[in-house]
Design a binder for this molecule. Structure first.
Ligand code: 8DG
Ligand code: MG
Length: 133
């Protein structure tokens, strides 16, 4: 089975909101909401892939990102390992550079069911941590 390593950015602004993008209708996990990111290439670290993917998908230049969590998930015909980073420093303003719909959502208002199944534990953790503040 194919196994993808994916770098994913949880972009959080100073109001505690997180940037989400909607996956294209033709992609794997079509129409679900996601944290922007993408596949780690063979010659890259996870952090390098994160910086490149957020530039490509949201137009920002990441200046502050720290590893947050890992999630391993088996889809029916694909295994993914997601490398999540919290991104709290960047230049520019993120937007759906590939034409994908986007929105900012308060961390405590994230809804796990809007995300691919691989994200469910992470979204629950983010919501719990927001509630604890
Ligand atoms: N970016 C991203 N991918 C996710 C998330 N959750 C999740 O299961 N995935 C899965 C969907 C895909 O099967 C896989 C790879 O992500 P991707 O489709 O963004 O990869 P990519 O940007 O490199 O895409 P492409 O160049 O092939 O078009 O990770 C998430 O929150 N963000
Ligand atoms: Mg992507």
């Amino acid at each position: 089975m194919k196994h993808l390593q994916v770098a994913v950015g949880i972009i959080r602004n100073d109001r505690g909101e997180i940037f989400l993008a909607q996956r294209p209708s033709t992609s794997h996990m079509a129409n679900m909401w996601e944290f922007p990111g993408g596949k780690i290439e063979a010659n890259e670290t996870a952090q390098q892939a994160l910086v490149r993917e957020l530039q490509e998908e949201t137009g920002i230049e990441v200046t502050d990102a720290r590893p947050y969590d890992l999630a391993d998930h088996h889809y029916p015909d694909l295994r993914v390992t997601l490398h999540f980073f919290i991104v709290e420093g960047w230049q520019g303003e993120p937007y759906g550079r590939e034409g994908q719909p986007q929105r900012w959502v308060e961390q405590k208002a994230l809804v796990a069911d809007e995300f691919p199944p691989a994200n469910h534990d992470i979204v629950a953790r983010l919501v719990a941590e927001a509630a604890a503040v």
